[in-house]
Design a protein around this ligand. Structure first.
Ligand code: FES
Length: 186
């Protein structure tokens, strides 16, 4: 059972986050990249609840598919609808310290009080900033983890508060040049 407050938070900020996504789609093309595979993001240390969005790429609505070619332009916003829930998600490419590139997605809602987040970075997804109370989130792009922050690889952890919990993630899979959302952690 999904916590009712959490469900309401997602609904409340739906509209503003959709506007954010429209802006991100206008990100200019800045170069080319080769995404090697989807990043596996561990369920965050936040008590997150897994919500199945698609059983597999073959069972996923085409409107949720994000072509890798599109991600070359920068992060892409999608609104994922599951039953009565609407989950705002940002897809992007994280460039790791070893040079490899990973398609990823995160739920773009602040873990402090649920404001819609702005994306930081350009071609690569590097972090998010919250316009409400100033929290910032940064991705751990070291495959060995980020020990100083005790963050896992690809975890979008808090770099400055007042938020204290990492962003929720969306597990993705790449098939035939497209990135599909499988499980959202909310
Ligand atoms: S809601 Fe994001 S910092 Fe408060």
């Amino acid at each position: 059972m999904i916590d009712e407050n959490r469900r309401n938070t997602i609904k409340i900020f739906l509209g503003a986050t959709a506007a954010l996504g429209a802006g991100m789609l206008a990100t200019p093309l800045v170069g080319s990249l080769v995404a090697e595979r989807a990043g596996y993001i561990q369920p965050q240390r936040t008590g997150a609840i897994p919500i199945e969005v698609c059983k597999s790429p073959d069972n996923c609505p085409e409107e949720y598919a994000v072509p890798l070619e599109e991600l070359k332009n920068g992060p892409v916003f999608k609104l994922l609808k599951v039953n009565t829930m609407a989950i705002p998600a940002v897809f992007g490419i994280v460039r790791a310290t070893d040079g490899k590139e990973y398609p990823v997605a995160y739920v773009s809602i602040c873990t402090h009080f649920g404001c819609p987040l702005n994306v930081s970075g350009g071609k690569y997804l590097t972090g998010f900033h919250c316009p409400c109370h100033g929290s910032s989130f940064i991705v751990c792009n070291n495959p060995d983890g980020c020990p100083d922050k005790k963050a896992a690889f690809l975890e979008m952890y808090v770099s400055s508060g007042p938020a204290v919990r990492s962003l929720r993630a969306v597990k993705v899979e790449v098939k035939n040049g497209k990135v599909y959302p499988l499980v959202a952690y909310v």
